[in-house]
Design a protein around this ligand. Structure first.
Ligand SMILES: [Zn+2]
Length: 106
């Protein structure tokens, strides 16, 4: 970081307003390890660099069809469908039987 104005010369060197020049060393010839990824979208948090995750755009995303757990109370007892075999559904059955509050079936 410098507070001097920097001018990039045609040969790639940097000329600072206080008169000195700097020749950038190519990445593969540097002696110290470069932590920053070459991707310009990389962001740094603390001492680590992060790249954006490759995610599907929001328009192309599809949410799976879901069925609520309390649908199991309208099924017959000991039903083996995907909703009724959930542990949360079994807990709902246990609570409803203890309270005697089974909803009317369809
Ligand atoms: Zn069921």
């Amino acid at each position: 970081m410098t507070h001097n104005d920097v001018t990039v010369l045609p040969d790639g060197r940097r000329l600072y307003s206080d008169g000195h020049t700097y020749t950038p060393v190519p990445r593969e010839q540097r002696k110290n390890r470069v932590l920053r990824p070459e991707d310009p979208r990389a962001v740094r948090r603390g001492n680590r660099w992060y790249l954006p995750l490759p995610v599907i755009p929001m328009e192309q995303r599809e949410m799976p069809q879901t069925r609520p757990d309390d649908e199991t109370l309208r099924h017959r007892a000991l039903c083996r469908c995907t909703v009724c075999v959930r542990p949360a559904s079994k807990e709902l059955w246990r609570i409803a039987l203890r309270r005697g509050s089974l909803p009317p079936r369809d």
